[in-house]
Design a protein around this ligand. Structure first.
Ligand code: GLY
Length: 420
């Protein structure tokens, strides 16, 4: 069969790798993909936002399954477009993807369905949001309502920080239309984890747990990013907590969406804070997490294509997941300045030597030029490994990283070692 993957990050590279291991797959295309995938997939020069062109490609090339990596094409309605042409695609419709694309929708939805989440208020003007700060307890969290590539969330300890966040989002328009509303919610402390489940509209297939490290700097300091590293399984999640998350978060979310005529097919991601009172949802995403997917797929023994196809065809009941007992980890090598501005175009070297130690290197922000492989995006590479213990896994990854060089490389040295 022929599979098309949409996206160009480390998540998509990990998916391409896993899908290439399926005996059922003859050919993989990636739109637009990245240089790391070149041996496994044919790259096509179409952007994820060009949903009509992607549907045309899938139709012309008789693609059997299209898998959407990032959120932007989901927000634009790629699944609706493919459905209207009878093309098989893995992902939620535009309406169902609102669970990620509108934080105010997601928060109201959780309130209605008794899904545990921090208390919140939604504001449509900067003046009202600023006025709320006078009475609000601190710390608190300010979030842009719409998509912001994982960057529109501000944890604010003091009033002036919150005022600055509101100003950036609503007055300066840093996230464009995504900042027309803000959600201001209570700050929670506890340990964060990610829970991903594949859904076919009714049935739910939970994946292995994971934990990502969202802050840019060691010790969980600095601004939020898309994720600077991840491990799987999430160390704090035993069987009881797993069941509690399924019962109080995932099942009510899937049945609540179905009730609202937003039947959920695709990957449902819950970003959770595990508090003393139990799990609380910080956010839902309508797609695989990045870099959580890298560590989860490294432990998946089953055929990913069976799982994705089962969801798209609404017959997940025929599909199961087997997991490697090993622990997996991922460290993101980024460019200095990320998640803000950063310099690109510097030569990347040492990947073969790193890989010779047994680490997996997924590409994210890389480009191939006449001079060779260069940096092209904030998160450049994901260095990943599995091992019998977290300690051995992380030691292998950091050994691998020691061979890799590019200008302005930054990474967290505490992935897997700091418990949140
Ligand atoms: N790593 C968090 C996310 O994918 O949104």
């Amino acid at each position: 069969m022929k599979v098309l993957i949409i996206g160009s990050g480390g998540r998509e590279h990990a998916m391409v790798k896993k899908i290439s291991q399926s005996k059922r797959v003859d050919r993989i295309y990636a739109a637009p993909g990245n240089p790391g995938m070149a041996e496994l997939a044919e790259r096509i020069d179409v952007k994820p936002a060009s949903i009509i062109e992607l549907a045309d490609f899938a139709q012309e090339h008789k693609i059997d399954l299209t898998v959407v990596g990032p959120e932007q094409p989901l927000a634009l309605g790629i699944v609706d477009e493919f459905n209207s042409r009878n093309l098989r695609i893995f992902g939620p419709t535009q309406k169902a993807a609102m669970i990620e694309t509108s934080k105010s929708f997601a928060k109201e939805f959780m309130r209605k369905n008794n899904i545990p989440t921090p208390e919140f208020k939604v504001f449509g003007s900067a003046a009202e949001a600023l006025d709320h700060l006078v009475r609000a307890p601190f710390p608190l969290v300010v979030k842009a309502d719409g998509l912001a590539a994982g960057k529109g969330v501000y944890v604010c300890r003091k009033k002036d920080e919150a005022a600055e966040a509101i100003n950036e989002i609503m007055v300066e328009g840093k996230y464009g239309k995504s900042g027309e509303q803000v959600v201001i919610e209570d700050f929670l402390s506890g340990s964060e984890m990610s829970f991903m489940a594949v859904c076919d509209g009714k049935r739910i297939l939970p994946l292995a747990t994971s934990m990502d490290y969202k802050k840019a700097l060691e010790g969980d300091k600095g601004p939020n990013t898309g994720g600077m590293g991840a491990i799987s399984p999430a160390p704090q999640v035993g069987r009881d907590l797993f069941n509690q998350i399924m019962k109080s978060v995932i099942q009510p979310a899937v049945s609540g969406l179905k009730f609202e005529n937003k039947e959920y097919k695709g990957l449902l991601y819950a970003g959770l804070m595990i508090t003393r009172e139990g799990p609380q949802v910080l956010e839902f995403n309508a797609r695989f997490g990045d870099p959580e997917t890298q560590v989860v797929l490294m432990r998946l023994k089953s055929d990913l294509v069976d799982i994705l196809e089962g969801a798209a065809d609404e017959n997940l009941f025929e599909v199961g997941c087997e997991w490697d007992e090993n622990v997996s980890g991922c460290v993101v090598l980024a460019l200095r300045g990320y998640p803000g501005t950063y310099p690109t175009g510097s030569r990347i070297q040492g990947l073969q030597r790193a890989k010779s130690l047994g680490v997996e290197v997924f590409h994210a922000g890389t480009a191939m030029t006449n001079d060779g492989l260069v940096t092209s995006g904030g998160r450049v590479l994901n260095v990943c490994a599995t091992g019998p213990t977290l300690k051995e896994t992380m030691a292998k990854i950091y050994d691998g990283i020691s061979f890799i060089t590019f200008d302005d490389m930054v990474f967290r040295r505490d992935i897997g070692w700091s418990r949140k």
